[in-house]
Write a protein that binds this ligand. Structure first.
Ligand SMILES: [Zn+2]
Length: 587
């Protein structure tokens, strides 16, 4: 009988086995996880059987290289299995193998028994492929090289700097999906993504983090004891004197010295902001670095601001670990959209349409309702009704219900019904809840908008209200940004285009274009927000709720195409936010 090795966590293994040399580290000698305590929470998810997927959106100064080394070491020495480390390019893969992995292996005594004679050159040990006597293997590949992604099954997949991956590996498709596919045979697989983020809305790591349980590292204030996530807005310094930079407590404004900040890091805790759904997500900005002092960041920030937008973007991405707001601030011309309206001749205009969604907005004297049809990549507004009457009386709700229960003729010959309706519960909340509970079987759901562009699009529903009604939180700003971007698409064949019917009046289009995105500077970093151009904006809100309703369905179009007409009964509750980011949903 072989003796099972003692079950260690990754951090325990690293503390027991890793040795750092003078060349590789400012702290030569035995590895100590306590030196950057937050690394423990990240690394130990890799030895936690409950976690299969790990997302790390971090600054570049928090010791990621050693985190990767420790994970590789653990899965070679302690829990041997086939591993793949995926770097953005083949060149980066080679460099990582030679500069990072090889020194770790040769400096860790535990590996001596596991490696063959390095003088024997054989196919089992190359820069990009290494085998060990206990059966462990490490492949190192470039995301731009489809060949290196095609072969052997793997249990541990480490995707590094994933925001620098190309959209497709050659003509083979998304490299992240190709790599993940190779883990399918292992029930105990680990899939991890590491990256600093890039542009907001286009960043892979940001999208993956949004799908995770979103853990942030909380530190207690030495003065008032309140736990907090360190934010750049709390770092202050005397004008033009970055060397005076200090962190200030969010709650009591007490100054933290670098020593106090580093002491706080040692006793900090990871706190998830969403329920765990199988994906552990970690966000960590550079303010947590125990290897730097805050004045270094303040100097870098002032320097970047002086150099210009591209330097500032690097600061935001690599120090703050936040996506850069690439905004377009120009407003949308109402009449340019109005002239696109067409007559659909009372039949849903496109055979590719699979889903109808509705959205409703409750006002003091009326309820407005919008119905949109969704094909795989386009939207058709097909119905718009205003039901007049006070929402405290039942008759206006009955009118809405009748409208939502009607069928819509489709070119396939099979009529469609509305699959999901989102109703804003911000006004006359009690009546909205009642209506939603009464019409739950036809997909009517209550929503509540939450501000802030960092929120996910459609959150997890919660019954945390007196009526025990399921209410879905919406990241309104994120969705609004997407609607405004789609309104700008002029080519009616292009993905994302929104079709409008010619029965809509000018007021609808004025409301639809009632807001524009503007840039506001917070400490010199551009933040995007919305500015109201006209007082009424219900049509824009309705479009936002409608898109959210569609997203909440996680619509599978191949399936829907097969069963047009049945979609209403079969639509499933979502298990998370669904965007256009297929590589996440295919995990
Ligand atoms: Zn405090």
């Amino acid at each position: 009988m072989t003796k099972l090795p003692p079950k260690l966590t990754v951090a325990q293994w690293a503390d027991a086995e890793r040795m750092l040399t003078r060349e590789s580290s400012p702290f030569p000698g035995k590895w100590d996880t306590g030196r950057a305590e937050f690394q423990r929470g990240i690394m130990d998810t890799f030895s936690d059987p409950k976690v299969q997927r790990i997302v790390c959106m971090t600054a570049s100064q928090i010791g990621k290289t050693e985190i990767l080394n420790n994970i590789c070491g653990y899965f070679v020495h302690h829990d041997p299995c086939p591993c793949l480390v995926l770097q953005p390019t083949l060149e980066m893969a080679r460099a990582w193998s030679v500069d990072r992995l090889a020194p770790m292996i040769s400096n860790t005594p535990a590996f001596r028994k596991l490696i063959g004679d390095p003088r024997l050159k054989d196919g089992d040990n190359t820069i990009l492929f290494k085998t060990f006597k206990n059966g462990a293997r490490i492949s190192i590949a470039g995301s731009n090289s489809p060949v290196s992604l095609a072969s052997r099954p793997i249990r541990l997949l480490l995707m590094d700097e994933i925001d620098r991956y190309p959209p497709s590996a050659g003509s083979e498709g998304d490299p992240a999906i190709l790599a993940i596919r190779r883990t399918q045979n292992f029930f105990n697989r680990k899939i991890a993504m590491f990256s600093t983020p890039t542009v907001k809305g286009e960043s892979r790591i940001e999208a993956a983090f949004e799908d995770s349980d979103q853990r942030y590292y909380n530190i207690d204030c030495h003065a008032c004891g309140e736990a907090q996530v360190l934010e750049w807005s709390q770092v202050r310094w005397e004008k033009d004197q970055p060397e005076t930079a200090k962190y200030h407590c969010k709650f009591c404004d007490a100054e933290w010295s670098d020593v106090q900040r580093k002491q706080g890091i040692k006793t900090g805790k990871w706190v998830a902001s969403k329920e765990f759904n199988g994906i552990a997500g970690f966000h960590l900005n550079g303010l947590y670095s125990p290897f730097s002092d805050l004045h270094e960041f303040a100097s870098l920030f002032l320097q970047s601001k002086h150099t210009g937008q591209s330097a500032l973007r690097v600061f935001v991405n690599t120090v703050l670990a936040e996506g850069w707001e690439d905004y377009e601030g120009d407003e949308i011309q109402t009449h340019e959209i109005m002239v696109r309206a067409k007559n659909y001749e009372a039949v849903l205009p496109d055979g590719s349409i699979g889903v109808l969604c509705a959205s409703a907005d409750v006002q003091a004297d009326r309820i407005e309702c919008l119905v949109c049809a969704y094909s795989k990549d386009q939207t058709y507004v097909v119905g718009f009704q205003i039901f007049y009457g006070s929402p405290t009386s039942i008759s206006v709700w009955d009118d809405l219900e009748k409208y939502l229960r009607q069928t819509w003729p489709h070119t396939s010959g099979q009529d469609l019904r509305v699959t999901r309706t989102f109703i804003d519960s911000g006004y006359e909340t009690g009546s909205v809840y009642q209506f939603c509970k009464r019409n739950e079987s036809i997909g009517v759901r209550a929503i509540k908008g939450v501000g802030g562009i960092n929120r996910g699009e459609v959150g997890r529903p919660s019954k945390n209200n007196s009526a025990r009604c399921n209410v879905w939180p919406l990241g309104v700003d994120t969705l609004k940004t997407q609607i405004l971007a789609r309104l700008k698409i002029e080519d009616d064949n292009a993905s994302g285009y929104i079709h409008f019917p010619d029965f809509l009046d000018e007021e609808f289009f004025l409301q639809l274009t009632a807001e524009k995105r503007i840039k506001r500077y917070v400490k010199g970093i551009p933040k995007m927000e919305f500015k109201r151009l006209r007082p009424r904006n219900e049509a824009l809100d309705l479009m936002v709720y409608n898109l959210a309703a569609f997203r909440s369905l996680n619509a599978n179009f191949t399936m829907i195409q097969k069963r047009l007409g049945e979609v209403r009964e079969k639509a499933t509750e979502p298990r998370g936010r669904k965007g256009t980011r297929n590589f996440i949903t295919q995990w």
